[in-house]
Write a protein that binds this ligand. Structure first.
Ligand code: NAI
Ligand code: 15L
Length: 268
């Protein structure tokens, strides 16, 4: 049967807030979880991923999990370790104990951030390109993907790991013209990941059908994802303001962009 009740971790965050707005239209009922309280949502579970009992209770009875909670930028190794590595492990253990529901896991382009961008018409970056994390943050996303593979191989627990590009209302840099995922396409991709059959552990890039796309969306489309948006409508304005990509700047010519040289630090 199609999944209906979904646990949304990280529901207070930027992407969580966008998905709270968009996913109910697909018929999902969302159970919200975040360490940050959410105004106007008295039933949201306000707990840390370190709280194993709260996670067990949160997962109990849902049909699937969309796991967005965690540190979403670079930070100290200790903080990344607690929130993203131990926190994701705690979620997987809770899900395994509660019937192994499918997890849609927010991975990131920063798991492969040091990969050179195909700027001059080179082939799109395949999904099985070697991992090249650009930060401790990206390294934690590599861990999440490997954890998902282990839980599939060992326990038959399904995951779709989505290497999200930049999911915001609009792209705000020349790099984002290549890696942007519109919120609408984000919801379409999560819906496809929730409803596709037999996903085992699938790894997919998450972005819109951008004219300047850097990576291969084949594995995402195999789930039934049909992106509708393209960042190109923003290109002229952004390039007029910021100029073309500078080939001598490492932050312009690798997938991970500014995370290579000047990573945004959490909390900020
Ligand atoms: P965000 O920083 O706005 O939201 C993350 C949420 O997780 C926050 O509400 C925070 O309170 C919560 N959180 C952090 N540590 C927690 C803990 N220990 N226990 C419980 N809750 C905790 O980040 P955003 O942009 O919404 O991203 C969501 C997820 O998607 C993150 O995992 C991020 O790494 C991933 N992602 C997002 C991208 C984007 O473009 N927005 C791109 C690539 C990956
Ligand atoms: C990410 O992984 C971050 O969570 C998000 O805030 C953006 O910085 C995004 O990558 C990006 O690469 O633009």
């Amino acid at each position: 049967p199609a999944p209906r009740t979904i646990l949304l971790t990280g529901a207070a965050g930027g992407l969580g807030t966008l998905m709270r707005g968009l996913l109910p239209a697909y018929g999902y009922e969302l159970r919200l979880f975040d360490v940050t309280p959410i105004e106007g949502e008295p039933t949201a579970i306000c707990a840390d991923l370190a709280d194993k009992d709260a996670l067990r209770e949160a997962v109990r009875g849902v049909d699937a999990v969309i796991h967005l909670a965690g540190i979403s930028l670079e930070s100290t190794f200790d903080k990344i370790l607690a929130a993203n590595i131990e926190g994701t492990y705690n979620l997987y253990e809770a899900a395994r104990a509660e019937g192994s529901v499918r997890i849609i896991n927010a991975s990131s382009n920063h798991a492969v951030g040091y990969t050179p961008a195909p700027l001059d018409g080179g082939p799109l970056i395949p999904i099985d390109t070697p991992r090249r994390p650009d930060t401790f943050y990206g390294l934690s996303k590599c861990f999440g993907e490997d954890l998902a593979q282990l839980y599939w191989d060992k326990f038959g627990q399904e995951t779709v790991s989505v290497r999200i590009g930049s999911c915001f209302m609009e792209p705000s840099s020349v790099r984002m013209l290549s890696v942007w995922m519109s919120p609408g396409d984000g919801a379409r991709l999560f819906h496809a990941a929730l409803t596709a059959e037999d996903v085992q552990h699938s790894v997919v890039y998450g972005s819109s059908a951008n004219t300047r796309l850097w990576w291969d969306l084949t594995s995402a489309k195999a789930l039934g994802y049909e992106p509708r948006d393209d960042s190109e409508q923003y290109a002229e304005k952004i390039i007029a303001e910021q100029g073309e990509l500078d080939r001598s700047n490492p932050a312009h010519v690798h997938l991970g962009g500014p995370f290579l040289t000047d990573p945004p630090i959490w909390p900020y």
